[in-house]
Design a protein around this ligand. Structure first.
Ligand SMILES: *Cc1c(COP(=O)(O)O)cnc(C)c1O
Length: 399
């Protein structure tokens, strides 16, 4: 009998007791709105912002309703208007082009490399097409950020970072989200901290953050922000900036603060699981393990590998065989969007030129979540199952 994995790929850990306790206090207080604070109180939301800003060495932080909202707010804050082109990754998830579409912008997709990072040669070639890059550190893979910033600085491109998969990650000594003018994070259930929904936006720029705070729906209460720019920064901005309501509430912030305090520990645990799967997959015939750059400190909350040059039928077969043994894999090459996974050419509101080299890579990308509810032994078992099924299909292929 071949072994079958029994765990759930969508089961996260419970909210820490401290978060549950803090949430109950908020519920009992009745003060859930971020600006509803008692005398002498700062409120959970402002405290979360202060703590997150400090944790990534940022001057300012704003907590909002979702990661996608954080990205659209950043695009608005830097001045993207209807009809403007915005560069972004071809290999990413739908909220990224969606945030560009939300402000009426037009995504211009940049290709992906075999390291699953943005293709910097393609970026350099397209640098004169737009003034803004929405850079997605998709599945936690960071490109050579030194080269990316050199290309963008030379071309006058404003960089916004989508750090939905890199909260806690670094390039060299710099936290992900701190190379661009604004960094955007998600607190949605499947990311690195979990409040169901939620987002964070960081920046060192007074004007951009003042705009973002007004946009998020601060009314004239912006002085209640502990991690916001001084009130002088709002002098004109408070009259000129629409309120596009998307605040975070105290309940979510209360759940997030203890998780943020634990993030380093969780990152270590994710990486132990990542390495367990990666080790188990090394030297599997037909399977390429994705390389990580030495300057990258990543968070292994998911893992990807490549089935390069495989036929669609063979990839589908391997995924089906793993699925039958309890291992849920996602395929980025699929022609039809499925569950959370879709390909740039399926976003028909954002037409694109075909990118042949990128299409070849996408056709081979297989993706798997690594929730912290998995033990190291679970991860070793998962790797054994993938190894066995991928090898079997590979060896049975005609070519
Ligand atoms: C989840 C995700 C987002 C958006 O986050 P939400 O909080 O769900 O809006 C953005 N980019 C990527 C790559 C994501 O996976």
């Amino acid at each position: 009998m071949s072994e079958k994995f029994q765990g759930s790929f969508t089961q996260q850990e419970p909210i820490p007791d401290a978060g549950i306790e803090a949430a109950l206090q908020i519920l009992k207080s009745g003060r859930l709105h971020r600006y509803n604070i008692a005398e002498g109180e700062h409120g959970e939301t402002a405290l979360l912002e202060q703590e997150f800003a400090a944790s990534v060495d940022a001057k300012y932080c704003l907590a909002v309703a979702s990661g996608g909202y954080a990205m659209a707010t950043a695009l608005r804050a830097v001045g993207v208007k209807a009809g403007d082109k915005v560069l972004s990754n071809a290999f990413t998830l739908a909220p990224v082009p969606g945030s560009i579409a939300a402000v009426g912008g037009v995504p211009v997709f940049v290709g992906v490399t075999r390291d699953l990072t943005i293709d910097l040669d393609d970026l350099a070639a397209k640098a004169d097409l737009a003034d803004v890059l929405m850079l997605s550190h998709m599945r936690g893979h960071m490109c050579d950020m030194d080269r990316l910033m050199a290309i963008c600085d030379a071309a006058g491109i404003t960089v916004i970072e989508d750090c939905a998969h890199t909260m806690g990650a670094k390039w060299g000594d710099t936290f992900s989200g701190r190379h661009g003018v604004m960094g955007c994070y998600s607190c949605q259930t499947y990311k690195h901290v979990n409040s169901g929904e939620g987002g964070l936006l960081v920046s060192d720029d007074d004007e951009l953050m003042a705009r973002a705070i007004m946009l998020s729906g601060s009314y004239m209460l912006f002085e209640r922000h502990l991690a916001g720019p001084p009130k002088e920064a709002f002098a004109n901005i408070k009259y000129e900036t629409p309120n596009i309501s998307g605040r975070m509430d105290h309940l979510r912030a209360a759940i997030l603060r203890p998780q943020l305090a634990d993030l380093d520990t969780q990152v270590t645990r994710w990486n132990e699981r990542y390495v367990a799967v990666e080790d188990g997959l090394q030297d599997t015939p037909g399977l390429t393990v994705v390389k990580r750059h030495e300057k990258e400190s990543y968070v292994g909350s998911s893992i990807q590998f490549l089935l390069e040059g495989w036929s669609d039928a063979a990839v589908n077969d391997a995924i089906a065989r793993c699925g039958a043994r309890g291992v849920e894999l996602k395929w980025f090459g699929g022609a039809e969007p499925v569950a959370f996974t879709s390909r740039y050419d399926s976003w028909r509101y954002a037409p694109s030129e075909p990118m042949l080299a990128t299409d070849d890579i996408l056709r081979g990308i297989v993706d798997m979540r690594l929730p912290l509810t998995f033990s190291i032994e679970d991860c070793q078992q998962i790797a054994r199952i993938i190894r066995a099924e991928v090898s079997a299909v590979y060896q049975g292929q005609d070519s």
